[in-house]
Design a protein around this ligand. Structure first.
Ligand code: ATP
Length: 152
């Protein structure tokens, strides 16, 4: 019998960190998305901390591994929250993901790890159209405002 999620399952807290890596020329802003096209999943790179690692260090490492880029943090963007069930473990996960605005200092998206099938720079509007999760789209919207503010 397959396990079913229940509102009575205990809650586990989880945290991840990731970011919006951007580059710009004149008015055009491009950002990096990671994807599994067969699952129609387009998302921001992110991942979970190693023991003792700071939130910012986690974001730099996870974004680096998943995109193949060496990145530095410009500033925080904000956090998103969501819930999901893991019926096999009989838990409901309450997750927070912290996002940072980042630029690439080296590397290449061709060198990404195997977590995702596709890693791509794309126009920020195209990225928002493709993204799977509305809460991540809001993070990219906020990133765009911060980038335009910075260069105003
Ligand atoms: P991480 O990349 O942080 O190691 P993971 O791959 O283990 O995480 P998530 O990406 O958080 O796990 O996915 C766990 C569940 O949450 C999946 O069912 C996924 O569809 C859903 N999920 C992922 N991102 C979001 C989001 N931004 N909003 C709502 N649900 C999401």
């Amino acid at each position: 019998m397959t396990a079913r999620a229940s509102q009575r399952d205990p809650v586990r807290d989880a945290m991840s960190a990731g970011g919006v890596v951007y580059r710009r020329s004149d008015d055009r802003i491009e950002v990096v998305l990671v994807a599994r096209p067969s699952q129609q999943l387009w998302a921001l790179p992110k991942g979970t901390p190693e023991p003792g690692e700071s939130v910012e260090a986690t974001a730099i490492r996870e974004v680096g591994e998943e995109t193949g880029l060496e990145v530095r943090v410009e500033r925080e963007i904000g956090s998103i929250h969501y819930w999901y069930a893991v019926p096999e473990e009989r838990v409901r996960v309450r997750k927070v993901v912290h996002h940072f605005l980042m630029t690439a200092t080296g590397g290449d998206v061709g060198r990404h790890d195997h977590e995702y099938d596709v890693v791509e720079w794309m126009d920020i509007q195209e990225a928002m159209a493709r993204m799977s999760y509305q809460n991540e789209r809001s993070i990219v919207e906020r990133a765009e405002a911060l980038i335009r503010e910075r260069s105003a």
